[in-house]
Design a protein around this ligand. Structure first.
Ligand SMILES: Cc1cc2nc3c(=O)[nH]c(=O)nc-3n(C[C@H](O)[C@H](O)[C@H](O)COP(=O)(O)OP(=O)(O)OC[C@H]3O[C@@H](n4cnc5c(N)ncnc54)[C@H](O)[C@@H]3O)c2cc1C
Length: 410
């Protein structure tokens, strides 16, 4: 029999959880502080099985410290005297080793491939969100970055992902659509992309058709628990009882966990994107410009650029103009024909990546409450891992472990 499920948060993770839960016959309500489907819209839309190396990896600590002193760098930790930042940083430091990477790569590959399979199924039924499988091009200029990218690509290739190594001549022969100053590239044929605004609109409509309720709340005030169970969520306006509760509030999930007297380590990785009308010379393949870690995705009528990861706190909505300049400089240095200008303030989308210190998402039951599930911490891969996360959340709540095992027989 279907359960009553309340989901806290209606970004891509909350919506995909609602989608698979409602499809299985559960009765779902989403509580969000804003209109459901408004979050997760401005990202680069990349679906990235290629991203098999978690954020916490050898060398990242040193790189992070170096980048902190460069105000145009793609990665930045906002220094603060704050316990949360200290414990996150300490856990990141402890996880940034080869053993953690070796333990994570297969899991990241499998959940990403499951997600891609689910995206394929969804788009076969109704491709209203520009799903396409053009791969992902990692373009680099320097030999040093090229070596790093080839190393990562070898790991992906050993895990069975289809990878090609391109030199300057190969790049010239590629039907790419725009001239580039890169010295080489890695092409991940495994990857795909879509238009995030359209995906979020599609999901919002689909879950509404399945009678998922969206309720806009001013505030989640309390999560009340009894006998190792969550009994109700109290908002500024009302209270909601259910059989099951899911925390899927992105970077804010830590604050909600605190209301249930649980602790999860999570900090927002703030980033920016801006979207322009599609230009004559635009890359036909979604691309990451490796030196500046800038993502470039051409949609049907637009082109989106995104970048920077500033580890900060959820009240920090500010735009760091030097980092925006860093994004623009990177684009212009890779694409001599484009001449991109600094966008205006109202053209910039500011988004938070919910970053766990290990770089691995939290998908699973609470250790304290038998009817509380967490689905958060997807960092830079929330859109990519959305369908698989929703599918897993449904498997957990529907108590169907066999289905979960089958899903990974790809
Ligand atoms: C520049 C940039 C580019 C990116 N590119 C990609 C990409 O190409 N591919 C990819 O996979 N990922 C990408 N990401 C990451 C991706 O956008 C995130 O991982 C994803 O949006 C996280 O989704 P979420 O549902 O967990 O959180 P969110 O989208 O943040 O949604 C959380 C929701 O919870 C709600 N909420 C918060 N607090 C409360 C509360 N107290 N009560 C009720 N509701 C609450 C919020 O209003 C929001 O609607 C990018 C991110 C950035 C910044």
């Amino acid at each position: 029999m279907g359960k009553r499920v309340v989901i806290l948060g209606g970004g891509v993770i909350g919506l995909f959880s609602a989608y698979y839960l409602a499809k299985s016959g559960h009765s779902v309500t989403i509580l969000d502080r804003q209109n459901v489907g408004k979050s997760s819209t401005g990202n680069a839309g990349m679906i990235v099985p290629s991203h098999v190396i978690p954020l916490a990896a050898p060398g990242m600590m040193a790189k992070g410290i170096r980048w902190m002193f460069n105000n145009k760098s793609p990665f930045y930790v906002k220094p603060r005297l704050n316990g949360d930042l200290f414990s996150w940083g300490w856990s990141f430091y402890r996880a940034a080793n080869q053993t953690h990477v070796d333990n994570s790569t297969k899991a990241l590959r499998d959940i990403s491939l499951l997600s891609k399979k689910l995206y394929q199924e969804l788009s076969e039924a109704a491709n209203e969100f520009e799903y396409d499988e053009k791969g992902l091009l990692m373009l680099f200029q320097s030999e040093k970055i090229g070596l790093e990218e080839r190393e990562v690509a070898n790991v992906a290739s050993n895990l069975g992902l289809e990878v090609e190594f391109l030199d300057q001549t190969d790049l010239k022969g590629l039907d790419y659509g725009v001239k580039t100053n890169a010295s080489g590239a890695v092409l991940y044929k495994s990857d795909a992309h879509l238009q995030p605004n359209k995906l979020m609109a599609f999901l919002t409509t689909e879950v509404a058709k399945m009678n998922v309720q969206h309720i806009e709340v001013s505030k989640i005030q309390k999560i009340e628990t009894r006998n190792n169970k969550v009994v109700q969520v109290v908002t500024g306006e009302d209270s909601y009882q259910a059989d099951e509760f899911v925390v899927a509030a992105g970077a804010w999930s830590k604050e909600l966990a605190k209301l249930a007297e649980e602790r999860i380590q999570l900090l927002p990785g703030k980033g920016y994107s801006f979207t322009l009308p599609k230009m004559e010379h635009a890359p036909k393949i979604p691309t990451i410009l490796c030196e500046g870690k800038v993502a470039v995705t051409a949609f049907q009528d637009q082109i989106r650029f995104g970048g920077t990861l500033e580890v900060t706190h959820v009240k920090d909505q500010s735009i760091h103009w030097n980092r925006v300049r860093g994004i623009v400089d990177t684009i212009n240095s890779f694409y001599p024909e484009m001449e991109i200008k600094i966008p205006k303030e109202d053209e910039i989308w500011v988004g938070y990546r919910p970053c766990s210190p290990t770089g691995m998402p939290y998908i699973g039951r609470s250790t304290k409450y038998s009817n509380l599930t967490y689905a958060t911490g997807h960092g830079m891969m929330g859109l990519s891992l959305g369908p698989a996360t929703g599918f897993l959340v449904n498997g957990i709540i529907s108590e169907e472990p066999a289905k979960l095992v089958d899903a990974f027989q790809l």
